[in-house]
Design a protein around this ligand. Structure first.
Ligand code: ATP
Length: 503
């Protein structure tokens, strides 16, 4: 698992997807830059989301609110008082950790034991193996599961009651050690606010304290009435937005899974109070379908329904994805009630109500939110696509099987040799196709090596121009995943590519 994750990170660098930020100055922890291919992949994921949410739904509109917001926004939203992580320091190593993450990692180790037992039994019983039955009846597995449940529910309760001493006690009882040094010498647990502060204004006296937004959602809430009136939408309707968010994350060792500067794709759906259960289920299902439409394997997704709810929610679930380091949150679906709009009404003194003509009355709408991290989605797609395949001739090839709709480069145009007029014909094909697709031209090295390079780059098609092309205007088109080659007319290329890369 660790090895696979290391391969993902080095492949992302080698093929121009993701670089450490400010690398020449030894980098900045948990901050990353997207390179030439990464920027395209990220844009394609964003477009795929935007198309599904905004373009395909008459009752969802998109906005682009500013990162800076009036500081009172964050009082109203609860972020000033409650957007904290419980931190603990190790006295020997002087390293700082999130207390909840230490405990969760401990539970993940127990979970790995369950997986091992299941795998062993599956081998032993063969076809007759029933996983659910085994997990619910095998004494050892049941014991592990009960232990995990007891730990997590005690932690949830302590955090909810702000009983930080008990969180520390739990870490000590479980004898959790510093993962780097093995030391068990812990400080008390303290709450730490995750927002980045900054200042607006030139002089020290008149400067105003601001925060970099820790989520995009509040830009939607404060604009709710402006958008509703100018778009003349009726409830139920949604407002979508993509954009940067900033969190001073402490646990920052999982590449682009957890960043300090990241991008969110959020949608707030405004509904009639009382209809939230129905819409919660609708959006859970709809968002899962969106993920599955990319064809990355249903077995890689699962729902995780929250028992411990944030202060603003009456129901919440995550869509978890199987990352190289296990199942983790990819997207959240939250039933936020009227918490946010009511809080903004209270703090701003302005009404944020909707007049319902059918009911002939005004009310503060309830909200359903879908919130996904663009960078986390990038990691899901990228890590899932990176594969090593054994070929029939005994060699292996590295191939990045990105969903074609998301691939940064859709086709590479390759002249077989650098002479006899082949480069000119290949350039002409590039000039024709580049109006519709991101295309590259490559004439360096033997064609087999160029194929491999494009496989590793995730390019769905390679199109080779050879001497026959000069005679009959046909080219060879090679498919990345099957490595199959077809002979087709140049004028057919656009339709062939379009069929595969269009949604
Ligand atoms: P986590 O529990 O992993 O910290 P969260 O529950 O705080 O995440 P939300 O506040 O619900 O996350 O944010 C919605 C989405 O934004 C998450 O599902 C995730 O995809 C993304 N996200 C949150 N924090 C980060 C981060 N630091 N880096 C990258 N993506 C993030």
């Amino acid at each position: 698992q660790d090895d696979q994750f290391k391969k993902v990170i080095s492949h992302a660098k080698e093929y121009g997807y993701v670089f450490q930020s400010s690398e020449i100055y030894d980098g900045l922890s948990a901050v990353y830059d997207y390179a030439q291919n990464g920027a395209e992949l990220k844009k394609n994921i964003r477009d795929y989301w935007w198309k599904a949410m905004v373009q395909m739904n008459e009752n969802i509109v998109g906005i682009d609110a500013a990162i800076f917001m009036h500081p009172t926004t964050w009082k109203a939203s609860g972020h000033v008082d409650a957007f904290n992580d419980p931190l603990i320091d190790n006295k020997d190593s002087k390293k700082r950790y999130r207390a909840d993450v230490l405990i969760e990692d401990y539970c993940a180790k127990i979970e790995a034991k369950i997986d091992k037992e299941v795998a062993k039994a599956a081998k032993r019983f063969g076809d007759a193996f029933n996983k659910e039955e085994f997990v619910s009846t095998n004494g050892r597995v049941v014991g592990y599961q009960e232990k995990i449940n007891a730990i997590l529910s005690r932690m949830a309760k302590s955090l909810e009651n702000e009983d930080l001493a008990d969180v520390k006690a739990l870490i000590e009882e479980l004898e959790i050690a510093d993962p780097l040094t093995g030391s068990k010498n812990w400080t008390d647990v303290k709450q730490f606010n995750l927002m980045f502060g900054t200042k607006l204004g030139a002089s020290a006296e008149s400067a105003m304290d601001l925060y970099l937004r820790p989520e995009t959602a509040q830009g939607i809430f404060v604009n709710f009435l402006n958008v509703q009136k100018t778009s003349r939408q009726k409830i139920p309707f949604g407002i979508a937005q993509t954009g940067k968010a900033f969190r001073n994350e402490i646990v920052a060792r999982q590449f682009i899974f957890r960043m300090r500067e990241f991008e969110q794709m959020e949608m707030q759906f405004f509904i009639k109070p009382g209809t939230q259960v129905e819409w919660y289920n609708y959006w859970k299902e709809t968002r899962m379908k969106w993920h599955l439409s990319l064809g990355m394997g249903a077995e890689n997704y699962r729902f995780h329904d929250h028992e411990k709810l944030a202060h603003y929610a009456d129901a919440a679930a995550d869509i978890e994805f199987k990352f190289p380091f296990g199942f983790k949150e990819l997207e959240g679906i939250h039933s936020r009630t009227d918490f946010d709009l009511k809080a903004h009404e209270e703090y701003s003194g302005k009404k944020l109500q909707y007049f319902d003509h059918e009911e002939n009355k005004s009310y503060t709408p309830y909200v359903l939110e879908t919130s996904i991290g663009l960078d986390r989605m990038f990691l899901a797609v990228f890590s899932n696509s990176l594969q090593e395949e054994e070929l029939e001739n005994g060699t292996t090839r590295t191939v990045l099987k990105l969903p074609s709709v998301l691939a940064p480069v859709k086709a590479a145009i390759l002249p077989l040799v650098k002479k006899d007029g082949l480069p000119e014909v290949a350039r002409k094909i590039v000039d024709e196709l580049k109006w519709d697709f991101n295309i590259i031209y490559d004439e360096k090295d033997a064609v087999g090596r160029r194929y491999r390079r494009q496989d590793a780059n995730g390019t769905p098609f390679c199109i080779t121009v050879d001497h026959d092309t000069l005679i009959d205007n046909t080219v060879t088109i090679r498919h990345r995943d099957t490595m199959e080659q077809q002979r087709v007319k140049i004028e057919e290329l656009r339709a062939i590519i379009k069929q595969e890369v269009d949604v």
